[in-house]
Design a protein around this ligand. Structure first.
Ligand code: NAD
Length: 492
């Protein structure tokens, strides 16, 4: 098979790693190496950060008006839309995500660029109401400087768009580090950013592993903010690294999100919501509804219907539009899924369906799996699997559902299925998570903040809040008195 060769983007130039080293990307559906990428180390990271820093300090970027930056973002959004097919196919090949999912996700991506393009010239400070008659005060929101964007493999383009659009809109410059398992589309995005007219160095993309590349990037002294999406263990390293450069941090981490089905729910809807929650993206989604809490009087009916639907899911080649579930993105992710299922069975969970690799010749495919758990303390109810494995458990009443939902170290998302408005509101109020979906699941929008409670992270992406994440406040004091400033050492 012909291997595609990729280069990184630093200061508007396409280059190899200084060491000449490369790493391979494997197509999860075929297990064939298809691409080769530069293996960036600390030297390359230093070049990329310095290029972003120089761009940040340059007159071209510094003096560009906010509405001009907005125009560049709008153009980038247009280009992403025009290149939808190419980007969607590339992402599907690189991480095994379904083409029907990548087409949908990339097709919606321009909206994120347009949203922040529109916000760029609406970032404003405030006039202060000071308790000092001769002083006038106001605030301005200013960019931070170089932003490090660290991206996981599951939805690289989407998770990048929600970082770079607000970062560039507010006048920062960016160094992106994609996952070593899915680098290709972010390099393509770098190409489109240059085509859109962003100056050299405003957006750099370096490819490499967490160690040494991500590590060197997140501890670099010129990095002022780290926007990290990934797993909890990597996040701990990043938090420690941020102490080296006092960088601001936003962390979008994992989850074990409860999807709660009450006995008065529209069952057809709830089954679809449960399937979307755990089997979309083969469960490789941070907001997976991986804990299914079902009220006891509809429990058996619901689980039977869910099982029937899960068994009809078409697992296979992600590049075919009729396929409903693709492979695990990496061999190690497949091994993790297998390990969790083994642990669940050892702890006494009952297997309703799945629980094995799919019967497909090559590729890291696993079957849609449903396991009935005995207690909310079971490993499968507490730990993120990041695969197509639903942990199901019955509950008696609202109070028990809420207690189980909140008995988690995570707090990223939650689903509530009920026709009772008052009950929905009581649950919304009680649940500790950054997102609550009622009678729907996995909805996203540029204007809707995403982020977690607890060990799901902190900081928010999307929405107006994200502007605050990428800016800092300068407070300005102006003396309006006609009198000269008094000598501070003479008491009056
Ligand atoms: P990961 O933590 O292994 O890797 C994420 C990124 O961090 C990669 O680019 C990796 O190279 C880099 N990295 C790893 N170690 C590093 C270090 N020491 N210093 C700096 N960078 C380092 O995660 P993954 O396996 O790619 O993705 C899966 C995880 O991401 C899951 O836990 C999932 O829940 C989470 N996730 C969260 C969200 C969200 O929005 N909350 C979205 C998608 C994925």
């Amino acid at each position: 098979m012909v291997r595609e060769q990729f280069q990184m983007l630093i200061n508007g130039q396409w280059i190899d790693a200084k060491s000449g080293k490369t790493f391979e990307s494997i197509n999860p559906a075929t297990e064939q190496v298809w691409g080769e990428f530069p293996f960036a180390d600390a030297n390359d990271v230093d070049d990329a950060v310095r290029s972003a820093h120089a761009a940040f300090e340059s007159d071209e970027w510094r003096l560009m008006t906010a509405s001009q930056r907005g125009k560049l973002l709008r153009k980038l959004g247009d280009l992403v839309g025009e290149n939808k097919e190419k980007l969607a196919q590339l992402e599907s090949k690189d991480n095994g995500k379904l083409i029907r999912e990548t087409l949908g996700q990339v097709g919606y991506l321009p909206e994120f660029f347009y949203y922040y393009a529109g916000l760029a010239d609406k970032v404003e400070g405030e006039t202060l109401s000071l308790d000092k008659p001769d002083l006038f005060g106001y605030t301005v929101r200013e960019p931070l400087g170089v932003i490090a964007g660290i991206i996981p493999w599951n939805s690289p383009l989407y998770l990048t768009a929600i970082k770079i659009a607000p970062a560039l809109a507010t006048g920062n410059t960016v160094v992106l580090k994609p996952s070593e398992h899915a680098s290709a589309t972010l390099l393509e995005l770098g190409k489109l950013a240059l085509e859109a007219g962003f100056p050299a160095g405003a957006l750099n993309v370096i490819t490499g592993y967490g160690l040494p590349c991500g590590d060197a990037l997140t501890r670099h002294p010129l990095v002022k903010k780290i926007a990290f999406t990934g797993g909890s263990e990597s996040a701990k390293h990043v938090i420690r690294n941020s102490a080296e450069n006092y960088a601001k941090l936003s962390l979008e981490l994992g989850g074990k999100s409860p999807n709660i089905i009450f006995n008065d729910a529209d069952i057809d809807s709830a089954v679809n919501g449960a399937v979307a929650g755990i089997f979309a993206a083969a469960g490789q989604s941070c907001v997976s509804g991986s804990r299914l809490l079902v009220q006891e009087d509809i429990y058996e009916e619901f689980v039977t219907r869910l099982t029937e639907r899960a068994e009809r899911i078409v697992v296979g080649d992600p590049s075919h539009i009729e396929t409903e579930m693709g492979p695990m993105a990496t061999a190690s992710q497949l091994a993790i899924v297998e390990r969790f299922v083994d642990v669940a069975l050892t702890e006494g969970a009952k297997l309703r369906t799945g629980g094995k690799r799919a019967d497909i010749q090559s590729g890291w495919f696993y079957t849609p799996t449903i396991l009935e758990c005995n207690s909310n303390n079971d490993t499968l109810m507490q730990e993120e699997v990041f695969g197509p494995v639903a942990a199901v458990i019955p509950f008696k009443d609202e109070a028990e559902a809420l207690a189980m939902a909140n008995d988690s170290k995570y707090g990223l998302a939650a689903g509530i299925w009920t026709q009772n408005l008052a009950k929905a509101h009581r649950m919304i109020k009680g649940i500790r998570s950054g997102i609550v979906w009622v009678n729907t699941y996995r909805a996203v929008s540029a204007s809707a903040p995403i982020g977690g409670y607890g060990q799901s992270g902190y900081g928010r992406e999307c929405g107006i809040d994200s502007i605050n994440e990428f800016t800092q406040i300068k407070t300005v004091w102006i003396n309006t008195s006609s009198e000269p400033m008094a000598d501070p050492f003479i008491m009056r």
